[in-house]
Design a protein around this ligand. Structure first.
Ligand code: SUG
Length: 416
């Protein structure tokens, strides 16, 4: 059985819009009220997947959710079409595109029963994301129905869980036991704390992780206050490399010491605040990169194009690849539509380490399948959405039709 890392990208849904629903997410708040471009957004996502396939990576997809979520809205408003605008926007949000928040994954090599465990995130802190979990659960139960997997329901509220965005795994290889790090918030300097310690502990227990190789660490308050609403905005890990901002964790030295004791060969690439201030790291999404190991064994960082436009970040990256560190290559991708809602390349993907032969093939893509998905998007996705249009019944119907057309193309009408 060959274990590989598969990146499952959320396909940007036809309702993608800028409603400013995520306090603490500075990009989403700053762009509230702007006109969005769902078709361009979804095609940017497809281009990122194409580029990853060209790098030799294995690629999967998670389709957009049912939007508007009429059933959810109907429980909250007598006449859904006349519901409060923010509630209507919450029912229409395309936020399931950020697949890093779909679930937390522990590969088979870390778990007591030798299965790959997935726990769906409850996303209960933000109303517009709190109704994602039932459909995520349905998708994951379909994609990972093979006995090699165990798919768990979400942790009950009020303990916030935002999935893989607050979880990192370090291991010498996919088939060797790793160290799993669950990152939670304690205080957010006025911004909401979305990931709770209790949730991380419950997920680790459900997955049957070895407590000696499982760390629960706090995010720094400064990071959340500066707009790092998820840990993956300030840190990312792959194999034996941890790439993190100096101010990512409440007690970085204690974390690094524990990691060095458990994994003596670890490489910790810490970016000092003196070189890249937190504000620049968050604006450019330097750490919301996909840190991947290519088939050549080389590690690459797949970064948003904004990294090149932020002088401190670009200077630091140029120095890094010129040096002797483990990250040897930089790839830039344009996901500007997603970035405007605070979602970079790493937010758009859920990593699952498993044997691809055990995954339902309808959730895996090659270049030809991506072409067919792009053709549906071209045909059916709205060109633009002005937030004022969110009440339009015609828009609702065209969004529903667009998703149904895609699900038919994917042979996934079971999800309609
Ligand atoms: O949860 N934005 C998302 C961005 C998620 C990014 N994910 C990771 N860091 N892994 C969020 O804040 C904005 C939607 C709006 O305002 O309409 C939004 O939900």
């Amino acid at each position: 059985m060959a274990l590989v890392e598969i990146n499952f990208d959320g396909i940007v849904g036809p309702s993608h819009n800028y409603a400013g629903l995520s306090p603490g997410n500075l990009a989403a708040s700053a762009n509230a009220g702007q006109v969005s471009h769902p078709r361009a957004a979804a095609l940017e996502g497809i281009a990122k997947m194409r580029a990853n396939l060209a790098l030799g990576l294995t690629q999967g997809i998670l389709p957009p959710h049912r939007r508007p979520d009429r059933a959810w809205l109907a429980t909250l408003a007598a006449d859904p079409e006349k519901a409060d605008p923010w509630l209507r926007a919450a029912a229409l949000s395309a936020s399931p595109m950020w697949a890093a928040n779909a679930a937390t994954i522990s590969p088979a090599s870390d778990t007591a029963d030798g299965r790959c465990h997935l726990t769906v995130a409850n996303l209960q802190t933000m109303p517009h994301r709190s109704h994602e979990w039932p459909e995520t659960l349905a998708q994951l139960r379909l994609a990972f129905a093979h006995p090699a997997f165990a798919v768990h329901r979400a942790i009950p509220p009020p303990f916030g869980d935002e999935g893989a965005a607050n979880h990192m795994r370090l291991a010498p290889s996919h088939d060797a036991p790793g160290v799993e790090i669950f990152v939670h918030g304690v205080a957010g300097g006025g911004h909401p704390v979305r990931q709770h310690l209790e949730a991380g502990r419950a997920v680790a227990r459900a997955h049957g992780l070895d407590p000696a190789r499982t760390l629960h660490v706090a995010q720094s308050e400064a990071a959340i206050a500066a707009g790092a609403f998820h840990n993956d905005v300030v840190a990312v890990a792959d194999r034996l490399t941890l790439f993190a901002h100096e101010q990512a964790f409440a007690d970085p030295h204690a974390l690094y010491a524990e990691l060095r004791a458990l994994l003596p060969e670890i490489a910790i690439v810490e970016v000092p605040a003196a070189a890249v201030p937190l504000a620049d790291a968050i604006r450019s999404y330097l750490f919301n990169a996909q840190l991947v190991t290519l088939p050549t064994g080389e590690q690459a960082l797949i970064l948003p194009a904004e990294a090149r436009e932020t002088p401190s970040v670009w200077r630091w990256l140029e120095g890094m690849v010129a040096g002797n560190g483990p990250i040897r290559r930089i790839e830039l991708v344009d996901v500007r539509q997603s970035m405007r809602n605070g979602g970079g390349p790493a937010c758009l993907r859920l990593r699952v380490v498993c044997d691809p032969a055990t995954v339902d093939p309808r959730f895996l893509v090659d270049a030809g399948r991506l072409d067919r998905i792009a053709a549906v998007i071209d045909r059916a996705w709205p060109d633009s959405i002005d937030p004022d249009m969110l009440a339009s019944p015609d828009l609702w119907v065209s969004i529903e039709r667009a998703r149904a057309t895609l699900l038919a193309e994917l042979d996934l009408t079971a999800l309609i």
